[in-house]
Write a protein that binds this ligand. Sequence first.
Ligand code: ACM
Length: 740
Amino acid sequence: MSIRRLDKRVPLLELGPVGSLMPLRAAAWTLAGLLALAAGAARAEPVLMPQPKAVAYSAGALPLAAPFAARASGCPQPLISHALSRFAADIARQRSLAEPQGAGPTLTVRCRSADAGYLSLEAKAGYRLDVDAQGVRIDADGPAGALHALATLRQLVGVGTEPANAPFVRIEDAPRFAWRGVMVDTARHFMSLTALKRQVDAMERVKLDVLHLHLSDNEGFRVESLRYPKLQATQHGEFYTQAEIRELVAYAAERGVRIVPEFDVPAHTGAICAAYPEIAAAGDPADAFAVFDRALNPASEATYRFLDGLLGEMAGLFPDADFHVGGDEVSDAAWSHEPAVAAFMAAHGLKSRVEMEAYFHSRVREMLARRGKTAVGWDEIAATPIPKTVIVQAWRNANATGLAVAGGHPTIVSAGYYLDQLMPAASHYAVDPVDLQGDGLTSAEVARLQTLSPLAGGAARPLEIKPMPPLTPEQETLVLGGEMALWSELVTDEMLDARLWPRAAALAERFWSPRDVRDPDSLARRLPVIEDELNLLGLQADASRARMATRLAPDAPDAVATFLETVAPSRYATHNQTLRAMLAGQRHPPPQRLTAPADAAPVDGAAALRFELAARRLAAGDRAALPVLRAQLRIWAANAPRFAEAARGHPDLEAALPVNADVAALSAAGLDALDAIEHGQALGPGARQQAAPLLARALAEHEATSRPVFAFLAKRPPADLIVAIAPAVEILVKAAQTGA
Ligand code: ACM
């Protein structure tokens, strides 16, 4: 049979009344493609992410043979039959296909409740999954649980050429947190509907359940407004039509993903202010950062009439109960040049900019409340006492979580989960949402930055974490969960998949799995596997990187692609040349072209991760890793002259030549170390003396780029790249020093 057959939409199931406990008539899974396997074929333990609460394997495996009968009861339709269709199509891509052979095992899905709380914080997300000789049984608390069980089953089946099977297992699972979010900034760079749907697909596969879209900012207002059409006039077509929003919301809903929109007010409103200057506060013409300081005029009733119309229209488009109104980063300069604001504050007894903000947001919340929406805002909105029902998103540092919870607010934690900082998965993964010291700068670090430069001190202060008592168990219940954020100053539509994944999968586990699931070595082993699986199922990270490599060197894209395996972008916005130019006093720097090696380089490249795993294995005495490591290093060493040749005449690549030279030298050092290890000798003094300064410099560059604000003060590495393989080479060189 051909794969093509799988694309046909064959009705899978006879639909029973929703909530009925009568099993639906078992239907032959004519999509099939699932073949009987000689049972018991040895396979490594499945790679699961997020790790379930409880997993108990037993000996044996169930061949998923065609025809594959599926029954569902109690689950809403067509949701469950669509979910089973997607599951079947995914399994067919993950494993091999064959013609149907006799009666296959049954997949039974039972939802205990159709769940009126589906797509809310109350969604019934728990499930039990049993695989044994009789078949697969999913016993889900509700439809969300059924989708999560199928996500686990996909990972149990895994990827390979041998026919699909699933190990005998009992899994009991439920999420630790109800809010497992991803924030995508569609304002700085517009993200196509196709790209967003692809993220939703991947989110379903790792049990993430909230896609928060940052839809307006200085750079754009990304949703069609029929009431305020000037908002689209400046968007060059880069906005979502209302029909597209409805399509995305419905698409996500089928996959258990809520779409929570954010319209950021009163600051981050440059696009609104440009389209409707009559509701903007006067800015400071002398301010080099005026674009960042633009804000709505909170002293004018016209502003509130406008917002009531606009937010009302948007609230009607997005069915979710929660509606995000931003509230972050109102600058002191935002209103200081608007005489009407000073007069308004005096008349209303508002003593500070923060009190003016509080007044503004009370008006906005009233607009939302009339439409049955719960307001969500960044942690600044809780600077003054506000109703406890408001959901606070803690972002500046881990203390913000403690402050929001102390104010009685349901709290979403984003501090520690800013993926645009380009830190490796393991560093985000190490931060727990309820750890109030988990993310930020220490007071000593802030003091040191202040001595280095007043600007750095100013940037550091909001990140300062102070000792706070840990949350009580009752306070912990206010933490709804976590949300990773991907601000898109340096992320184009084409880069979206690679900048979100695989790190989003690591954080999916942080937000889903029990708190004690935190072993970084286990994460490192599983992450590349999950990354490959998600790419196989549709993420475009690899394909986009290959395309970017081709643009960089049309004659030798493979030389660039191989080089990119060995490097990573420098972190914490250090690659943001627009920001650098503005800090250097340039008022209108040209937009940065996001086509350089630092844009194409992965943060947690699978090749570098696997190389480091193998290095650890060798260092732990597993000599079977030696030939693998040698083969990889030879490839990287041999690539260096090819890259150098490819770079000629291409300035973006020429800038990376010093990094290429380091990769070559580190590869040679690694090969020397492998020779020494193979022969049971200590690395010679010459080789050691060559490797030491090289490693010291490469690792210092890692270190220098790995703390916020400090990273910006550090010397810029060539092409904004660090050598990703340096830590693994260090492991090899250390292992070779003893001659063991
Ligand atoms: C933010 O990062 N300004 C919420």
